[in-house]
Design a protein around this ligand. Sequence first.
Ligand code: ADP
Ligand code: MG
Length: 498
Amino acid sequence: MSSYRIQGATGEWEVVIGLEVHAQVVSNAKLFSGAATAFGAEPNTQVSLVDAAMPGMLPVPNRECIRQAVRTGLAINAQINRWSRFDRKNYFYADLPQGYQISQLYHPLVGEGSLAIEADEKAGIAQDKQIGIERIHVEQDAGKLMHDQHPTRSYVDLNRSGVALMEIVSRPDMRSPAEAGAYLRKLRAILRYVGSCDGNMEEGSMRADVNVSVRKPGDEFGTRTETKNVNSVRFVMQAIEYEAQRQVDVLESGGRIVQETRLFNPDSGTTRSMRSKEDAHDYRYFPDPDLLPLELDEAFIEDCRASLPELPDAKRRRYQEELGLSAYNAEVLTAEAETARWFEALLTEGARIQKKGEAQVAKASANWLLSELYGALHRLGKTLEDSPVSPERGAELLALVADGTISGSIAKQVFEIMLETGDAPASIVEARGLKQTTDTGAIEAVVAKVLADNADKVEQYKGGKEALFGFFVGQTMKAMQGKANPQIVNELLKKALG
Ligand code: ADP
Ligand code: MG
C-alpha cells in the first residue's frame, strides 16, 4: 500500500488534512432578503436595505436556500437536524455593515455525513475511502472590498453581502494532497448534480479553507494551520504540499507550529502567515434575536429527498452493472452532471431509433462520445454544452453504423461533415453517396482486381506472411472509397486467397 509521507531527518511524517468548503447556494435571492444574486452585476445594484444593514431591518429566511442546504445534506447521507438555529458571529470589517455575520455555530442545519473517494493508483490513492463530513451550516456571505492604488482609495461592493453560503466542514480524514483533490472534485460533482451550487471555483462560488497538520504516524494530531479561501483544486493541493513541508521543516529544526490563519499565493505556490487564529469565543457568538429557530417538518425533508437526482456514485455503479461499461468509462461519464446528461440523451435516442435496449447501444455510444465527440470538441475548443452536434444527431449517426448503412470509417467522415454543416447524418450519406455497399458481386470484382494487381504479395501471403491480409483489406476498401461492408470484404478475401 502506498501512502503519502514526507521524509525528514528524524523519520517519516504523515499529513493530516481537513477542509472547510464555502459553497454559494444556487438561489435567485439572498439568504435573508429578496435582493438578486446574479454574478457579475454592476457594484451595489443588488443590495436591499437588509443587506446594507439599515437600522431596524429584519431578516427573513429564504425557504429556497434552506431547501438547497437540506438537499445537499441528503446527498452526502447526512443527518438533517429538524431543529437548528442562527447565531451572530461578531466582527468588524469594512465589507460587513452589520458588524456580525449570521451563521450557525451551535446547532447547524446538517449534521454528520460522509463522502466516498475512489482508489486512484496513478494519483497514489491506494484504496476507496470514506471521508467524514462533520456538518453543513448555512451562513451569509460578506461584501467585497476593492483597493485602488492611484489615488489610494478603497471601495465597497455589497452585491455579495447576504448571499447564502453552505459551509461544508470535513473531518480531518484526508492524508495526502491527492485525497484532498479527490474529495473536492467529488464534492463539486455532487453539488452540481444536486444543483445546490454551481461549483465554479474561478468565480468564487466554491472556495476552501485548508487545514493542515503533520505528525509522526501513530502520534496524536499535531497543531494545524488554516490557509484561507483557496480557489482551485490544484491550488488546494499545492497549498497542502507546501504547508506540510514547511511544518516538517519547522518541527525538525526544533520549532513549534502556531495555530494561525495563512494566505496562499498562487504565483509562488507558497503560504504566508496572515494573522493568529481567533477562537470561537473571540467572536462572541450568540443566538440571533431577530430570527426564530428553524423547525423542519418531515414533509419538507421528504420533499427535498424526492427532488434529488441519481447521484454520481449510484450512476457510476449502474453504468457498470446495467450498461456493461468499463470502470474507466463509467467514471469519466459520471464525473460531471452535464456529461452524464448528454450521454443519457444519446442512449435514450439511440435505443429508440434502433429499437433496442439501452444496454445494447451503451458501449458504442460511450466509445463514440469519449473518443470521436470529445476529440472534436477538444479540437474546436468547445464543451458538451455548446457542442455543434446534438445527442439526437449523434444517435442517428450511430444507428447508421449499427444497421450497416455506413462503415465505421465512413462514419468518421460523416461526423466531420456534421460538425461543419450541422446537417443530419442520413442526408449527408444520401447526398454524398456514402452508403456502404453489400453488393457481393461488386466487391468480388474489386477483390479480384486487387489480388491480380498484387500478385507478388499474394505469393508472399501464401508462403506464410499472413500479416499481408490487412493490406489486401485496405486496398479493397480504398478502391471502394471505404464504402464496402468490411465483413463482406473479409469473407470474400479469405475465400479468394484460399
Ligand atoms: P474553525 O472554525 O476554528 O476553523 P472547525 O472545527 O470549524 O474550526 O474546523 C476545523 C477544520 O479543521 C475541520 O475541517 C477539521 O477537519 C480540521 N482539523 C481539525 N483538527 C485538525 C488537525 N489537527 N489537522 C488538520 N486539520 C484539522
Ligand atoms: Mg474555519
